[in-house]
Design a protein around this ligand. Structure first.
Ligand SMILES: C[S@@+](CC[C@H](N)C(=O)[O-])C[C@H]1O[C@@H](n2cnc3c(N)ncnc32)[C@H](O)[C@@H]1O
Length: 221
C-alpha cells in the first residue's frame, strides 16, 4: 500500500527559482525509456507534463507527435523553446500549474518524467491519467521508492544517488506497483511496470546512479 505523499516545498515558486538560477538543472539526457516504451506507438497528440528544459517533449516532436510541453516554470520553458528551435522541431509550450491546468481535450499520449508538484504524488498521476483518450497511452517515470523491486537490488539503504548529489526527496518516490494501483483495471491495461537502475554522467563528469519506477499503460475505456 502506498504511503501518503505530500511535499509543501514543491511549489511553483520553488521550481521557478530553481530554473531561473545560474546553477539551474541541466537539461536531461535522453531517457532510454522514450525509445523503449514508445517507439511502437503510432504518433498522435501528446502532452509531456512537467517538461522542464524539454528533452522529452523535443524527442516526441522529433518522432512525429503533435506535442505540448507543460511546466510551471517560465524559465524552464524558455530553455526548452531555445532547445526546440536548435533541434528544428515545433512544440507547443504551455506555462501552467498542472494541478490546475488540463488539455482542452483528451490526448493520445501523456508522459511525465520526475515531475513532483506540491501535493500528493499519486494523486498527480491519477490526474494526468484523466487526460488520456480511450486507446491512448500513459507513460510515468518517477523516482523509485526503496520498496520497489528493480533489476539490480543495490539500494537497500534508500540512497538514490552517488557522489555529491543528494537523492530525490523521499516523499516524491514511488514504486511501479503504486503507480499501477491508481489505474483501475476496468479502464486501463498495464503494458509494463518496472523498477530500473541506470547510470548517468553529469556535466562535471561524475557518475550518478538513478533508480526509476516506470509504468506504461493503455487506456481501454
Ligand atoms: C525534476 S524536474 C524534471 C524535468 C524533466 N521532466 C526531466 O525529466 O528532466 C520536475 C519538473 O516538474 C515541474 N513542475 C513541478 N511542479 C509542477 C506543477 N505543479 N505544474 C507544472 N510543472 C511542475 C518543474 O518545474 C520541473 O521542471
Amino acid at each position: 500500500m502506498a504511503p501518503h505523499h505530500h511535499d509543501a516545498e514543491m511549489s511553483g515558486d520553488y521550481w521557478e527559482q530553481r530554473w531561473a538560477g545560474a546553477d539551474h538543472p541541466e537539461a536531461a539526457a535522453e531517457h532510454p525509456y522514450l525509445q523503449r516504451e514508445l517507439a511502437g506507438l503510432t504518433p498522435g497528440t501528446a502532452v509531456d507534463a512537467g517538461c522542464g528544459a524539454g528533452s522529452e517533449a523535443i524527442w516526441l516532436a522529433a518522432h512525429g507527435w503533435t506535442t505540448t510541453g507543460a511546466d510551471v516554470s517560465a524559465s524552464a520553458l524558455r530553455l526548452a523553446a531555445d532547445r526546440a528551435d536548435q533541434a528544428g522541431v515545433t512544440v507547443d509550450w504551455v506555462h501552467a500549474d498542472l494541478t490546475d491546468w488540463a488539455p482542452a481535450e483528451p490526448v493520445d499520449l501523456v508522459t511525465t518524467f520526475y515531475a513532483h508538484p506540491e501535493g500528493d504524488q499519486l494523486a498527480f498521476y491519477r490526474r494526468l491519467s484523466d487526460w488520456v483518450a480511450p486507446g491512448g497511452t500513459l507513460l510515468v517515470v518517477g523516482h523509485l521508492h526503496h520498496d520497489g523491486a528493480h533489476s539490480e537490488g543495490d539500494h537497500s539503504d534508500g540512497d538514490h544517488s552517488e557522489g555529491d548529489h543528494p537523492g530525490p526527496p523521499e516523499q516524491t518516490k514511488v514504486t511501479a506497483d503504486w503507480i499501477s494501483e491508481v489505474l483501475p483495471a476496468g479502464r486501463w491495461r498495464i503494458e509494463s511496470a518496472t523498477g530500473e537502475s541506470r547510470s548517468v554522467v553529469d556535466p562535471q563528469g561524475k557518475t550518478q546512479r538513478l533508480h526509476d519506477a516506470v509504468v506504461r499503460a493503455t487506456r481501454t475505456a
